[in-house]
Design a binder for this molecule. Structure first.
Ligand code: NDP
Ligand code: MG
Length: 385
């Protein structure tokens, strides 16, 4: 029996994870859950899964939970997330909150030698160097990626030696606006940006997919997770999202992982690896139904998110932290209809131009840059757009 803690249990990844657990009660036990504002759903989850520890975003949420479960340990806010990262009883912590807010809890769990099932790519983008340093110091801890591309790469890497990898090839669906020209993107609405062709996900990552910033974040995530140079990471548009990513080895063999577009596959594998157990809540892949698998070059001129991320990644140090924080605020402004879709790129670009690089050696330096960038974007976005 494995004890699981889920950060972000009310989100898209979190609820998928609970569905897996619901179907495998003899394999998994829920120890901790966290939500931000959705106390109604977490109360339902507490009733069903009986966890010992809860973290919630607001005092109001805590009161509502305490009213129903007076015995339960309920923590609040940032400190609460951190506490959930520090639970000795956890075997596996699924980090599936949205944004760089996941970094503290992830760090704490690494220090305790836990397995991290990492969906929260922003943590790796904002603090990859620091997270890798922590992993070196705490060799019992391991990250098993949940992001579908990185799970595919993780699986494909098992076919050869890491030292003999030539390239990593990330596939991208191309998002809602694939094939559109800049002119056509000027006035797209939030509702249009949220219509993803293949995946059902939270709002922020769906917008990131439409702008290709998501793929950019994934390039940086891959660099840190698999220790490969940026020049060895390629991106190809694959609109069917059946091949989840590929690894090319020195002998030119290319190994890929295929599957239906359902996050329950990589989530379950991150819980069970190295075992592969039956997954009752997942369709099988029917290749005959899929028919064609096609590939295209990404349009880097229109979808600037990809190259901005390569640039930030290659500069390194604090620049990826800035890219991530600027994007988080830009997407929030877009979702609140304060800026237009293409302004997201302008804001990221300006935030990067404005930044003076610093070394990232510890959590403090990451949080400082992250906060300063958020404040700078809030203060200046009106002048940028
Ligand atoms: P959702 O928006 O669906 O869920 C986010 C979760 O985080 C919710 O539980 C939410 O709580 C919580 N949360 C939001 N803001 C805060 C905050 N400030 N502090 C603490 N908790 C917070 O996101 P997704 O599930 O789509 O994505 C989660 C992560 O997984 C992201 O990093 C994303 O990039 C990554 N990912 C997601 C994929 C997907 O298919 N969805 C695929 C690959 C990666 P509440 O509900 O109370 O607001
Ligand atoms: Mg992905």
């Amino acid at each position: 029996m494995k004890n699981i803690t889920i950060l972000g249990s009310t989100g898209s990844i979190g609820t998928n994870a609970l569905e897996i657990i619901r179907n495998k009660r003899d394999e998994f036990n829920v120890i901790g859950l966290s939500a931000h504002s959705n106390y109604k759903l977490i109360i339902e989850q507490i009733k069903e899964f009986n966890p010992k520890y809860i973290s919630i975003g607001t005092e109001e949420g805590k009161e509502k939970i305490k009213a129903e479960f007076p015995e339960l340990e309920v923590y609040v806010g940032r400190e609460g997330l951190k506490k959930l990262g520090q639970l000795e009883e956890t075997d596996i912590i699924l980090v599936s909150v949205i944004g760089a807010i996941g970094i503290e809890a992830t760090s704490e769990a690494i220090k305790l030698g836990k397995r991290i099932a990492l969906a929260n790519k922003e943590t790796m983008v904002a603090g990859g160097d620091y997270i890798n340093k922590l992993l070196k110091e705490n060799s019992k801890s391991e990250i098993i990626p949940v992001d579908s591309e990185h799970s595919a790469i993780f699986q494909s890497l098992l076919a050869g030696k890491k030292s003999q990898v030539k390239n990593i090839i990330l596939t991208a669906s191309g998002g809602t606006f694939r094939g559109k020209k800049e002119e056509e993107l000027k006035d797209v609405t939030v509702e249009e940006a949220l219509k993803h062709p293949n995946w059902s996900m939270g709002k922020k990552i769906t917008v990131d997919s439409s702008s290709l910033v998501n793929k950019g974040l994934e390039v940086i995530e891959a660099h840190h997770l698999f220790n490969v140079d940026y020049d060895q990471i390629k991106v190809v548009i694959h609109p069917q999202s059946i091949i989840h990513s590929l690894v090319e080895f020195q002998d030119n063999a290319v190994i890929a992982q295929l599957g239906v577009t359902d996050m329950k596959l990589p989530i379950q594998l991150a819980f069970t690896y190295p075992d592969r157990i039956q997954n009752n809540c997942l369709d099988t892949l029917d290749l005959l139904k899929v028919g064609n698998l096609t590939f295209e070059e990404p349009d880097r001129k229109v979808f600037k998110g990809l190259d901005l991320a390569y640039k930030a990644g290659k500069i390194g140090k604090s620049m990826p932290t800035v890219l991530n924080a600027a994007n988080e605020i830009a997407v929030e402004l877009f979702l609140n209809k304060k800026i237009k879709f293409l302004d997201i790129y302008k804001i990221i670009e300006k935030a990067m131009d404005n930044h003076s690089l610093v070394e990232i050696n510890d959590l403090d330096s990451i949080l400082k840059v992250d906060n300063a960038t958020r404040e700078w974007v809030y203060k200046n976005y009106v002048n940028i757009i």
